[in-house]
Design a protein around this ligand. Sequence first.
Ligand SMILES: NC(=O)c1ccc[n+]([C@@H]2O[C@H](COP(=O)([O-])OP(=O)(O)OC[C@H]3O[C@@H](n4cnc5c(N)ncnc54)[C@H](OP(=O)(O)O)[C@@H]3O)[C@@H](O)[C@H]2O)c1
Length: 256
Amino acid sequence: MERLFDRGLPAGPIDPEDAYLDLGIPPGTGRPYTVLTMISTLDGKAVVGGKGSTWSLGTEVDHVLFQQIQRNCDAVLVGAGVMRVDDIPYPRITPAETRRRTDLGLRPRPLWIVISGSGRLSPDLRLFEADSSDTMLVTTESADPEALRALLGKTRIAAFGRQELDFGAMGRALREVHGIRRLNSLGGPILNGAMLEAGLIDELFLTLAPKIQNGRQAVTLFEGSGRPQDQLVGASLVSLYRSGDELYLRYRLAGS
Ligand SMILES: NC(=O)c1ccc[n+]([C@@H]2O[C@H](COP(=O)([O-])OP(=O)(O)OC[C@H]3O[C@@H](n4cnc5c(N)ncnc54)[C@H](OP(=O)(O)O)[C@@H]3O)[C@@H](O)[C@H]2O)c1
């Protein structure tokens, strides 16, 4: 792997395990500073198939960087759609990793937060095999009460907003009540669209996979309602790495 440029660090070959060790992610004020991690094909597709297809889009180097970004953050955020398709388990956190995180002032074990307006998540998701204090369902007051009952004891549950999720209230509670200062969102695209419009995404870590799917049914990185051409969200490039033909871009979004 090669560092092309990154905040004044020397360019040249680097082990992926060392590349994203200290991302210098700031702590955020009033809400957690939020970095989004996504991968897309050259033709801009973020979803190319069913379970496991997103993971197999990237190489082993991408997978290492993906995990290193999480290791810089107190918490991980993920949409219900991702959990329903990919059923991501809670990561294995060794005692040494807990010590490393504590030394850096991070939450000793990452808090994994799932966003679901309906609350309709299977209690059998692998994530809920983790200690219930390490996961949280974020929902609304109009969630399905029966679905929430099935999750009692499996995870923490918090509701923000009546019909629509109140991202502002969620951000304040995560920062002030739960001490989350650095948040890594894993998407997916519907959640990204809503968070972008709420002004809650500070940075985008984008892996560009040298692959083309073709086809008109492209689900892109952000599946919100869209913006007029004179109101596009700008971004500035913070760092650029490559491994073979795969590129790893870090952007800071305008307004962050
Ligand atoms: N290329 C990549 O890097 C990447 C990254 C992540 C995921 N993916 C892929 O994306 C696919 C899933 O996409 P998706 O767009 O359906 O996923 P998603 O954004 O994870 O899920 C959408 C669901 O999340 C909840 N949600 C999102 N925004 C909400 C809001 N503002 N308020 C309340 N609830 C909200 C809703 O759940 P309820 O219906 O329960 O209310 C909604 O149906 C999977 O195939 C996954 O592999 C790709």
